[in-house]
Ligand binder design. Sequence first.
Ligand SMILES: Cc1cc2nc3c(=O)[nH]c(=O)nc-3n(C[C@H](O)[C@H](O)[C@H](O)COP(=O)(O)O)c2cc1C
Length: 414
Amino acid sequence: MPRPMPASLTPISPTGKPSTATESSLGNSSTPTFATPAPRSSGTKVSNPFLVLSTFLPLETAFAFGTIVLATHILLSQVSAPIGFAPIGINKIYNPAGEIPVATVAKELNLPYCLSTAGSNPIEAVAAANGEGPRFYQLYMPHDDELTVSLLTRAHKSGFTACILTTDTWQLGWRHDDIATGNYAFYRGIGADLGLSDPVFKQRLQAAGIDPVKQPKEAGAMWIDNVWHGRAHSWEKMPWLIKTWKEISGGKPFCLKGIQSVEDAKRAVDIGCDGIVVSNHAGRQVDGAIGSLDALENIVAAVGDKTYIMYDSGIRGASDVAKALALGAKFVWVGRLWVWGLSIMGETGVRHVMKSLLADFDIFMNVAGFQNVEQIDRSALGQIPCRFCRGRHADFFAESYPKGYAMIAERSKL
Ligand SMILES: Cc1cc2nc3c(=O)[nH]c(=O)nc-3n(C[C@H](O)[C@H](O)[C@H](O)COP(=O)(O)O)c2cc1C
């Protein structure tokens, strides 16, 4: 049976009165702030752009001749740029069509798309929207092995080219803004479509006597309690998972996401991961964790020649991409950028944001004097104190702090 919502998660407002967030306020467009929260001070979240911003590109006058090539490959796939759509759960919070417009734009731009297990559309529907685009399936691994096998089988049959296991989110961090707004849509019967379309999970529902049509809240709660179950898997489970995925998929790549220490990176290599994502989940999980970029360089030094290293957390523009590549990442994923676009203007918003990032990167390459992404290496970087804010980045860049400007109106005029 699904757990009843703990009293501590009952929607409350900062004033202590019941939250005004209602079922109908979820699933609306124009909810970009739902993508923003992080635990407590937001310190870890802020430290992501902080570190990206405090790493400078002290370039000398640059001359580059010939065509600029952004294209690269990620594991087995050729893509337009070293930039992908990071997995973001339950896109129906931001747009009624959920993941579909996002997967559609990823296909159009030939950028890798990564679907979350907490996604709000069936795996097969997202794959259909993504067509021939390279796509990753991000696994949140249940403690029900049969269910895990079912999810992986669906992903493989739907043409997903790789699997990424997220290791930092066995349950959600304590995100004060989400708690204040009661932002846990699954418990309101919204967005569990990926689970409700799974044959094994349907059996589990039936065994528990839950009819998802008549009891959407109970069904949604039972699904998400299987995904964010709060009980970490151990390293000992990993060989089983890798073997299972390789058998199901005929050897497609397997990666770990959420690596922040050299020790874990080495362990990932030892157990046979094809790649890792250096990530702190946009600073949304471990409050006080180091900035993700701060973790990158040492990890690259330790295992950069042994596994494929990807990076995320805090990418907001082309120079952030370049700095991560310069520190040794081969590829970066972006999260909030496209979610904000999706929230504000659906498919058009996602396209606008990602094409803008590509344009920014293309121009960056030109003005910085790079002809291809392989040329961006450590020699492009310097570390000097930020002269703009004298170390007070948090005051300058905290996304959760009260805005000095109005939020973009419901219908933006992009
Ligand atoms: C609203 C939101 C939902 C997310 N959901 C997931 C998820 O379901 N699975 C996952 O592995 N990571 C998830 N992440 C983390 C992203 O995949 C990625 O690590 C992070 O967003 C990158 O940082 P950025 O948002 O600063 O680009 C989520 C992040 C946000 C902001």
